[in-house]
Ligand binder design. Structure first.
Ligand SMILES: [Fe+2]
Length: 349
């Protein structure tokens, strides 16, 4: 590969003339924006331990009333992107959010898509598009783009959940904004009951739902049961994994980020394929070791880690007795829509 000309090789008067006209020579920057064979991600393998986050989050509850925070969140920021940019990866934002008993996070809607993965506590709820969704450990709650959502808490202990948003991407697109609203009117019915039997979908008077997001809550009990059934049905299967899907279309639950649950059998080590999207792993039950391009993180319940795309990741369950259950978020839907999705043989990565 040829060495390309550097900026310093150009006479200063030429460089000044270009700058004055808002022009930039491509060749000194070409290799940076189009590196050979694979990207150079800013995203660094990073792990956030829940036991270190929780006390600081509870302290935020003492320091900042909900009215002064609106959403009381500590952002899990990847140092590779600069902490101030509040990114876990190029397209993913992660935040650990605290809601105290009696608090209300007022209704709003915004262009980025979000989900919540409930980490701890009972009694909180999220109302999305008029549907009141209880929040229990391991539940996945969608708040897709444009839908009104608010959070409340009728329980007696703090509730904490993990937020995953495509905020960095939508912000980069200069398409990120929010709208405030009042309290929502709760409407009866819940998608997670209506769609509880996978291949049987509600069809009143021969009509299927035209809602883009027909199911907004995926209870952990159902996801765990699906994984256990799959593991029992397919003892040959390495990756015991399910996708959180839109039950009407079979497509991804949201448009930009993908969500999955994974079961590691007792003692299992799982080598994931090398793929273009960045990934986030969050332990719901049990413990696991994540090896991300040679960086090893020992993870236990509620710990979260992030892996850049195009790197080798393996997950190991050290327990000989118990399975481990992980929640995974990734950028697959985005990469597929953009036509840049890749899976590589790990020997050529
Ligand atoms: Fe929100």
């Amino acid at each position: 590969m040829n060495d390309l000309g550097r900026l310093e090789d150009l006479p200063q008067d030429y460089r000044d003339a270009l700058t004055k006209l808002n022009l930039v020579p491509l060749w000194p920057n070409l290799r940076a924006v189009l590196p050979a064979m694979k990207p150079r991600p800013k995203t660094k393998p990073t792990c956030w331990k829940y036991e270190t986050i929780k006390p600081l989050l509870l302290r935020a509850g003492e320091l900042t009333p909900i009215e002064k925070a609106e959403r009381r969140v500590l952002v899990l920021a990847n140092p590779g992107h600069g902490l101030e940019n509040m990114q876990a990866s190029a397209a993913m934002y992660l935040g650990m959010q605290l809601l105290l008993p009696g608090e209300w996070a007022p209704s709003h809607r915004h262009t980025p898509n979000a989900i919540r993965m409930i980490v701890e506590g009972e009694g909180a709820w999220t109302t999305v598009d008029g549907e009141k969704l209880p929040m229990s450990r391991g539940d996945l709650v969608l708040t897709p783009t444009g839908l009104w959502h608010e959070h409340g808490h009728d329980g007696s202990e703090p509730v904490i959940w993990l937020d995953v948003l495509d905020l960095p991407l939508v912000y980069y697109m200069e398409a990120s904004y929010h709208v405030d609203g009042g309290r929502q009117t709760v409407i009866p019915g819940s998608g997670n009951r209506a769609y509880a039997r996978g291949a049987l979908v509600p069809t009143p008077s021969f009509t299927r739902s035209s809602k883009p997001y027909p199911m907004l809550r995926y209870p952990w009990l159902d996801a765990k049961a699906a994984l256990e059934s799959l593991a029992a049905d397919r003892p040959d299967l390495d990756a015991v994994q399910v996708t959180y899907a839109n039950p009407e279309t079979g497509g991804d639950a949201e448009n930009i980020l993908g969500y999955y649950a994974l079961m590691l059998r007792p003692g299992q080590t799982l080598h994931l394929p090398v793929r273009s999207p960045a990934m986030v792993f969050h332990v719901i039950e049990g413990s696991a070791t994540a090896d991300i391009d040679g960086t090893r993180f020992a993870m236990t319940e509620a710990d979260t880690c992030c892996a850049p795309g195009y790197c080798a990741v393996s997950l190991a369950n050290g327990s000989r007795d118990n399975p481990a259950f992980l929640f995974i978020a990734d950028e697959s839907p985005l990469h597929r829509k953009l036509g840049v999705y890749e899976q590589r043989d790990s020997t050529t990565a």
